[in-house]
Every structure is written in structure tokens, then in C-alpha cells.
Ligand binder design. Sequence first.
Ligand code: GPK
Length: 825
Amino acid sequence: KGKEKWPRGDEKVWKDGLRGVDKDVPDITRSVVHHVQTSLARQAYNLDEAGAYQAAALSVRDNLLVNWNETQLHFNSKPTKRAYYLSLEFLMGRTLDNALLNLGLKNKYADGITKLGFSLEDLLEQERDAALGNGGLGRLAACYLDSSASQELPVWGYGLRYQYGIFQQLIGPDGSQLEAPDPWLQHDNPWELPRSDVTYDIRFYGHSERVDGMKAVWSGGQEVLAVAYDVMIPGYATKNTNNLRLWESKPKRGFDLNSFNAGDYERAVESSNSAAAITSVLYPNDHTTFGKELRLKQQYFWTAASLADILRRFKNLDKPISEFPEYVSIQLNDTHPTLAIPELMRILLDEEDVPWDAAWDIVTRTFFFTNHTVLPKWPVPLMQHLLPRHMQIIFDIVTVEKKFPGDREKLARMSLIEEGFPQNVRMANLACIGSRKVNGVAELHSDLLRATIMKDFVDFFGISKFFNVTNGITPRRWLDQCNPLLSQLIADTLKLPKATFLKDLTRLEGLLKFEDDPNFQKKWAAVKQSNKERLAHYVQVTTGHIINTKAMFDVQIKRLHEYKRQTLNILGVIHRYLALKAMTPEERKKVNPKVVFFAGKAAPGYYIAKLTIRLIVNAARIINEDPETKDILSLFFLPDYSVSLAEILIPASDISQHISTAGTEASGTSNMKFCLNGGLLLGTVDGANIEIAEEVGEQNVFFFGHLTPAVEDLRYQHMYHPVPIEQKCPGLAKVINEVSAGRFGDAGVYEPLLNTIRQNDYYLLTEDFDSYIQALKLVDEAYQDRTEWIKKSIRTTAKMGKFSSDRAIQDYAQECWNIESNKLP
Ligand code: GPK
């Protein structure tokens, strides 16, 4: 863009904009010019897109701030019960587009920005994702914030302001995943408000002494400062704007002056570094907690600061402490915030002088616990050292022990302490005992919880404490924002304003009336086609590859994990490739062309998952270059999966894969996103796939594989009566042998991955492979009848109402929190 003219756009607008002389300059343009010249101290001359984005964002933020302030005032004006969502992860993605849509200002900003010589669409691309989460659990928290604000519910989120979000994924020359840091705060973040006035002291280590019986004093150790940053959460088509409060850790006082004066510079900065380290980085492990001291410090720092803040707000109401649960409900997003339970006990016992039983009663009426997995998680040691007072409290929580004096085995299973060297705290048991209610995230998952890991607690507390809230997704981001063409087509077809179905997703059922209308079918297919072209354009720009957009697009995007079985998918692709190679050119002409997309990150220390990535990348290098097959099969691993990349991939998919071993995927949420965007689902009978099929009808999904009740028996068989893979599943054995022999390079490299299948095959690839291949064949056949396929696609979208996160949040609001909507006038 060397010879560009400066300023861009209309010079008069830039000049008059700030002074406000020209009545024709719209307010929005004026406000953007104002931020360029004042907040950024820049000029129209040489303003690049990054600067224009910043100015536009600051201008939008002004709108949000007004609403945000009014919302806080509104809810403070009379005593209101509030709910708090404690989550160590909030995977927010970008904000500008979402804020504009929720405010209803997108078109106005697009016009205003055009006057300045920029395009809004380009500016949106300037924003970095806020990626403070790993995957489903973190993105769910973000959807729930949107739904809470959109339904005018008094819900705040509490999390951590990590300096570095989830790592950036690169692919090395040999095809393996490499990791780079994500310094997302390097440029100013216009979406947060630092609150230097909202701070708390948080203590670690030290010693706890009990004075006269119950009352204890915890002192000494290290104290650090928690500083609040507020992120505005706009509701859709409402002024209500909620808050997400993120904590940053700082040294309590600069650095240690004594050491500094004594010339010991290193010691002086050491303690300040260790304080800042607490919120420096998001742990990149999905589904696992390790016994890492810094991770436990993060968890305590965050829960202690959040509780202190919640308590301070409650105290403004001037109510007796016994009424705390009448004004406060706290949702624990998985076991990560479980320390909030002993922490609230500590505050009540040691600071508020509440007797033990009354304190426990308050605690168990305040907390609610959502479990997100049935996979084992490792409990955390170190507690004694880091949090001595909390350890005493945990040892004193003997509810369970009292009730089963005789049954030693049951007692051992339910105990908060796992015996051994060292002893461990069982966070899930503590979260269950300390909460009013416990829920799973899809029907099957909640059933499994009640039948397995929570069984003893069901016997103890009764079944009504354990219930289900099926996950949901926000239709604002996952329909309107990511797929504006579809959203518009739906509005035009139903003759409804978008807000009607974006706020009540069950209204999509109205589309069923049009499923047979050829004109509508044509428009429906055209939207899918243009989303496929948008994705193809992205791939071309980022990788140089040209994609056949007439081919079927098959997508699997999620964290790399053995239980999610990306390995099954890639071995299926290779199976297809080998079959194509064995065909005559004539036969190949009849084949339905297909493009397979993968994306997803592996935890940096997850060796097997990283090998799967390497195999996908290297298989792609061979397959995409093969002149005999490349027109009918191509394969892409798109690096650095993110919320923003999902927004391009999901609307473009014809079929998406959700193929976990039955009983392992608690719910899944991308399955809902694909279906909402008219992509069909290929999956196992697992998690929310089951409920999706119930809604859209089994004839509209492609199911395969063994069912949950069979899984345990099959694993037992594998352990005690192993059958060689050549016998058990010859089709898969052939594929594995090709990989093993180096057909995709790197002979020998993939052995550890292939051995997981050859040996005890815990995730049952050998059991499900044949029915998987069969299901893929049915997908191909169905795609040949394009009209029938389009009808399935329409029906799928039409029946996705249940999966709005608005419904999920209503479930929580009614079953748990007991809070009410309160719309700003
Ligand atoms: C579950 F336990 C965990 C975890 O640590 N991280 C995570 O993303 C996911 N999850 C489940 O794996 C999904 O099935 C589920 O849809 C999602 O949480 C939200 O509930």
C-alpha cells in the first residue's frame, strides 16, 4: 500500500470531526476521530488499521461503559440476590464484533468507519482473541456470561487475568506441534477497566494457631495483592451489561527495601517476581490438574479474592451474615474453585465468629458444583504447606464420617482425604459435600455421575441433590455473528426480526414449514456454499492451498485427546486414501470429493496427542500431493485453533465429527454449534450427541460405535483376553501397518501411538473402526442426494432451540441460584 493517500477517507471529516463543526459528520465518526486524537494521541496521517481498530474499540467501549454503570447502579439500588460464576477459564475470543451486534450498532459503525477510509470488516480482524481458556469448559463459561446478561440476570463472572493465554500453536518442519507464548496484553486491551481501588491482600504459607478451641489465627507467610480488572459483558438487545471481574496478582509493596538497601538486589526482586508469577500464565492442560504449587496458588488466590469481594458487596446490604445464602449463590465451574468452600468456612469461623454448624449451614446453601468429566483427575497435595488453616478445616469436615460409623470401605471412598504417601485431598468429594447441588452437563453424563463417581454420595444425600443441566451455546456468537448470511436468511424466511429467534431459539422450528420449498432450499445451499468459499479463502491466504469448494467439507476441531479419538479419524482418512489408490481411474470418477479439516491443540506434555498431530500433518503432505487422488481427497490440519478460527470453520461444514468413546465426552458443545449452522453430525452415542439426535431425529444424524454399557466389558476383554489386531480388525490393522512401514514418512516415529491401539486399546478403536467406516459410507451416500441432504440440514438447524445457553442459564437460575431477571428501564 506504498502510495496510499493520507489521510484515508474524507479529509474534511477528519478535520471537522473533532471540533464538531460539521453537522453532517455522524456522532460515531466523530467519536472515533476523538479517540484517535486524544486517547491514542495520533493523527489521521499515518494511521494504520491497528490504530483505527483501537480507536473504534474505545468508541464502542464508551457505549458499553454507560450501560455498565447504569446496570451496576440499578442492581445496587435495592437488595438483590446475585449469582457468581467462578471459573478458572473464560475463553472469550474477540469482543468488538460481538459488542457491536449486542448493542445493535454494527451498521452504524460500518458506515461511520467507511467515512474515515477504513473498512469495519478489516478492523475486526485486527483484534487478538482473548484466549483465557483451554477448550469446552472455558468457552461454556463465556457463553453463560452472554446469556446471563442477555436475559438481564444479575450474574458476575470471576476469573484470573493471565498475562499469557493459551499458547500459540505452530507446526514445525517435521510436522510436530511447537508452542509459543501468547502475550495477548502486549497492546492495550480496550475491553478491560483496571480497578486500582479494588484490591485485597491474599496470604499464603505461614502457620495457623488455634486459640480457645475453634478460633484460629493464621499468620506469617507471604502476602500478595489481588487487583481487580473489570470486563464489560453486554447483553443482546438490552442495556443490561454485566461484569466479569478478573484478578491480577501484584507484590504487596514494591520490593523488599531491607534487602534492597543491603545491596541484595536479587532477593529484593525475588518476592515481587513470585507475586506477579501467580497470574502470569494459564495452565495449558485440559482435564488434568497436577500437583504443581503454582497451580494451587492460582486457585487459592482467585477464590480468596473473589470471596472477599462478594462478602464486601454483601456487607453493603447490612444484613445478618446468616442471610448470606439469601443474597449470594456461587457456581463452582468444575473442581478448580473448590478451595472456596474451606475459605468461606475460614472467614465465617475466624473472622465473623460464626459457630461451626451455622457456618457449615451457610456454606452448603451458597455453593453449587458443576462436574465436567468422568475421566479421573489427579488430586492436589501441597495443601498443608501452602494453606495450613484450610487443611485443618478440611480435616474437621466430618459430615460423612459421622453418618457411616460402620462402613469402612464406603467411608474410605467418600473421604475427603485419600490415604497414602502423601495423603491427597479429593477436590471432587469436597466440592460435592460443600455444595447445595451437583450437576453434570448432559443427560448421559449426569446419569453416569449418579451411577459411578457420585454413587456413594447419592446414597448419603439422596438423589435430588444430583441433577442435570445440558450445556448450551449462545446463538448470538454461534449463529448471528459467525454466520450473518444464515441469520439473515432465517429472518427473511420467518419474517421475523433477528432478535426474536436470537432471544428465543426455539423459534427456529418455524423453518420446518419451508423444508420442501425448492426456492428456500436453493437459498439455504447458497449460504453454505458461500461459507465454504470464505473458509477456502482463509486456507488459501494462510497456507497457499486451493480447495475445491464443491467437495464435501468434513470437520473435526477440538482439543487433541485420546478419548476424543482424532486418531480414529485420521486412520479413517488413510483408509479412504488407500481405497482410492486401489481404484481404477473410472471408479474414482464416481467418488464423492471430500476435504477433511482438523484443528486443535495438544497439551505441551501430552506425547501421544502430539504424535497424532504429526501423523495428520504428514499424511496431509502425502495425500494432498498425490496426482491420482488429490481432486477427490484432501486433508488439512489448520494450526492454532481458536474461537475466531472456529467462527470460520463451523459455518462451512457439511459434516462434523464427534467420535469419542461412548461414555467419555461429558457433553461436547461444538456439536451444537455445527448443527445450529446446518452441518450434519457424525458421532458416537455419547454426551450431548444423544440429545441432539433426540431433537433432530435419528434419521438426520449418523451414529456408529458401541454404546456406553458395553465399554467396560470390552476394556475388560482387552485386558484379560487380548486378541491380535489382525484378527480383531483387519481393516484397521492394514492401515496401521502402512503407517508403521513409513508410508507417510517417519518410519518408527508413530510406534508409541500405534501401540496404544495394538496393545490394550483403552479407547476402543479396534472395536469401533468397522462401524465408523460404515457410517462414513452412509454419509457419502446421503451427500449424493443433495436435496435430501439440504432437508436434513434445514431440519437440524430448526430443531436446535434446546441448545441455546439461554435455556441452560434459565435452568441454573431456577434450579440453583433462585435469582430473577431485572431489566434496566
Ligand atoms: C471438561 F473436565 C473438563 C475439562 O477439564 N475441560 C473441558 O473442557 C469439557 N471439559 C468436556 O470435555 C466437554 O464434554 C464439555 O462439553 C465441556 O467441558 C463443557 O461442559
